[in-house]
Design a protein around this ligand. Structure first.
Ligand code: SF4
Length: 320
């Protein structure tokens, strides 16, 4: 795996939020749009610094040492932790069973839709036994908003039956048991382990894989290989939070088609800087969710520590 040269001193611990622009270039567009002073949780990268790093990497083409890669990776994780201190699993759940079902149902649809559908499902059938014995047509009707509702109803009931038959109605807390359940792959198993059992897990979904490659942490496409290569860069206790942060960053700033490089808090640590617009006003137009213009109250709610359910109850839609 050939890695690019890191930017200047990327491995050095951050002295805290960086706000070069606020002094040198006026207020950053991301925060101007949020209508207030520069919040101290998001790092502001001087575009000259990001450009210089990209130019140097292109010029030298030298491989990054394993130690430099690890340090840069950890610095990125640290900065993303500052940018998204409220990052958690985006699926609502109150138990391992609920998270398992919600994760299985989230295939080919959005977490927002799943969160709108599962409260009624779990109220009607609170446990695996209830769901396993339910009328298939009633389950299908409840899952209709998710699309592919016939196959999802079949999967959910098959899963419920297997947990009832093989695990006495309790979701197992081991990877090797979870992946034997029908419809449960490694990604789903890691979501459940990391978020419902506090067992460290890396969840390689489309956002995680894309960002890990853009960061130069791996060149692999296969999710299991990505999981192993990225896992080696971090301590296991960081794996679950890292997974959330990459998903948050992928959904809000580092989009698949047009990443908002010009307002990215890890621009000077990223070998892919420049994939998307580097001009700040253009990049700011691409922001999503709580960073989107007009959603300042949502960001403030997250920063105050309000839960997703509380924010929804207060009238905040949580979609992009
Ligand atoms: S938005 Fe751009 S600079 Fe930021 S992580 Fe993505 S590709 Fe890298």
């Amino acid at each position: 795996m050939t890695q690019p040269e890191p930017t200047a001193d990327p491995a050095q611990p951050s002295a805290g939020p960086v706000s070069d622009l606020s002094a040198e270039h006026g207020q950053h567009p991301l925060h101007r749009r949020q209508g207030g002073p520069v919040p101290d949780h998001v790092r502001i990268v001087d575009p000259a610094k990001a450009r210089a790093g990209a130019a140097r990497r292109a010029r030298t083409g030298r491989a990054e040492t394993p130690l430099a890669l690890k340090r840069r990776a950890r610095r990125i994780n640290q900065e993303l932790g500052r940018a998204y201190p409220y990052a958690v699993a985006e699926l609502d759940f109150d138990s391992p069973w609920q998270l398992l079902v919600a994760t299985v149902l989230s295939a080919q649809t959005t977490d927002v839709r799943v969160n709108a559908t599962t409260p009624a499902l779990f109220e009607r059938w609170p446990d695996p036994r209830g769901l396993a014995e339910a009328e298939r047509t009633e389950v299908e009707e409840m899952l209709r908003p998710l699309g592919f509702y016939r196959s999802k109803a079949r999967s959910a009931q098959g899963l419920a039956q297997a947990i009832e038959d093989e695990h006495d109605g309790q979701v197992p807390g081991r990877l090797e048991d979870l992946v034997k359940l029908p419809g449960v792959g490694r990604k789903t198993a890691n979501v459940v382990l990391g978020n419902a059992f506090d067992v460290p897990g890396i969840t390689v979904d489309t956002h995680f894989g894309r960002l890990a490659r853009r960061f130069g942490w791996t060149g692999q496409e296969d999710p299991v290989k990505v999981e192993h290569e990225v896992g080696a860069l971090f301590e296991p206790e960081d794996w679950t939070d890292l997974s959330h942060r990459l998903v948050y960053h992928g959904r809000r700033i580092c989009h698949a088609k047009r990443p908002a490089c010009g307002v990215c808090p890890v621009a000077d640590l990223c070998p892919s800087y420049g994939l998307g617009p580097v001009e700040q006003e253009a990049a700011a137009q691409l922001l999503a969710y709580e960073f989107k213009p007009g959603r300042e109250d949502l960001l403030a709610g997250y920063m105050e520590g309000r839960t997703r359910r509380e924010l929804r109850a207060a009238g905040h839609g949580l979609s992009a």
